[in-house]
Design a protein around this ligand. Structure first.
Ligand code: NDP
Ligand code: NDP
Length: 315
């Protein structure tokens, strides 16, 4: 298909792989790009030299477009931006910060810029900053999440009314049916994280991938709302957070409990009890660890079947 998203990035399908810390290295990003979507290297878990290596390996593994996700809270964000420019990356997705900071600078360098938001206020700020597209991420999404808890079902049609730049839906999307639903709500494309976190090419630990497969309806929860809300699989660590919160723990006590590197411990080192396991609600529908190409083929096939089923419906 051709639409604003496929044309913006020069890709076959309007499917973007979420830039996920610890899961989306060059192997995942290049596999998604080779399968016709847009792969993103998740730089939030990478030291600068690691990011450079991943970009170089991605360039060697695909001749298709790919991008880098840069969480603006990252401590060495300026170094990352320099590396992205030096390595000639043409697409950047920024998140977790103010889009005004880097958008015009990146665009002057000929880079397409997309920013991730979870509410109308930041969507309007993105438009003002001149981004090429917005990713709007609903409550269902894994990992860090907005404070408003607006679901994808509400966020996408709401933003469709207030912005007219390309809109990419995220949160709760991982199948052809959910992709079709997001596009019916007004999205021009989708960003998929969880389903790719559980792919063969994801750099996440096998223990983490198995937890995604095992996740059922209700297995994840948005937690740590007094710090930065994050959706995790329920485990020993999440129980400890809830116990502390029930006893009225303050921000600094929660920060102390969280400590440093919990996400790495869970998702990269595979400690499923003590680590943070960041994944979305759609994990309840993910039942097998598969190669990216198979995942993409399934999504496209299911999308087309669901779309043809709907054409016979009349009210
Ligand atoms: P913590 O402060 O708990 O730990 C930092 C982790 O990041 C460590 O595991 C460390 O690896 C790794 N790291 C990579 N580069 C650096 C660097 N330049 N300086 C310090 N640490 C670095 O943070 P989190 O694990 O919660 O988050 C890490 C980063 O990921 C943050 O920048 C955050 O903004 C981003 N993030 C992005 C998300 C997304 O969805 N895009 C979601 C969550 C976080 P090591 O142990 O090897 O030193
Ligand atoms: P603040 O909420 O204090 O915001 C810092 C500055 O950036 C403010 O100027 C704020 O604008 C602006 N800002 C924050 N987030 C966005 C955004 N998404 N889009 C546009 N502008 C933004 O900073 P915190 O450090 O407490 O948290 C920043 C946000 O990032 C939180 O909403 C958090 O949930 C999210 N986050 C996302 C991660 C990810 O990787 N997806 C990782 C970690 C955090 P203003 O003053 O106008 O409010």
């Amino acid at each position: 298909m051709k639409n604003t998203i496929t044309e913006l990035f020069n890709i076959k399908y309007p499917i973007i792989q979420g830039g996920m810390i610890w899961c989306s290295g060059w192997e995942l990003a290049s596999a998604v790009s080779n399968a016709g979507g847009l792969g993103l290297i998740g730089s939030g878990s990478m030291y600068p030299d690691v990011l450079r290596t991943h970009i170089q390996k991605c360039k060697a593994a695909t001749d298709k477009p790919f991008g880098v996700n840069v969480p603006l809270l990252y401590p060495q964000v300026d170094d990352h931006i320099d590396i992205i420019i030096e390595e000639g990356v043409k697409i950047v997705f920024t998140s977790a910060g103010n889009p005004k900071k880097y958008t015009s600078y990146l665009k002057e360098k000929g880079i397409r810029v997309v920013h991730v938001i979870a509410n109308e206020k930041f969507a309007l700020k993105c438009v003002e900053a001149g981004v090429d597209a917005i990713v709007a991420e609903g409550f269902e999404a894994g990992g860090h999440n907005g404070f408003e808890e607006t679901t994808t079902m509400t966020l996408i049609p709401h933003l469709r009314e207030v912005i007219d730049i390309p809109l990419i839906a995220a949160g709760g999307i991982g199948t052809g049916r959910t992709m079709l639903a997001a596009m019916a709500l007004g999205a021009d494309g989708v960003q998929i994280g969880s389903r790719f976190a559980a792919s063969v090419e994801s750099s996440g630990h096998d223990n983490f991938k198995e937890q995604i497969i095992a996740a059922k309806d209700g297995s994840t929860k948005l937690t740590l709302k007094r710090l930065v809300p994050v959706r995790l699989i329920k485990n020993k660590f999440l129980n400890a957070v809830e116990e502390a919160e029930a006893k009225g723990a303050q921000r600094h006590e929660l920060a102390e409990l969280l400590g440093r590197g919990r996400a790495k411990l869970g998702m990269f080192e595979g400690d499923i009890h003590e680590g943070e396991l960041e994944i979305g609600q759609i994990s309840s529908l993910i039942n097998e660890i598969k190669p990216v190409k198979e995942i993409m083929d399934e999504i496209i096939q299911e999308f087309n079947i669901a779309k043809s089923e709907l054409t016979s419906i009349k009210l």
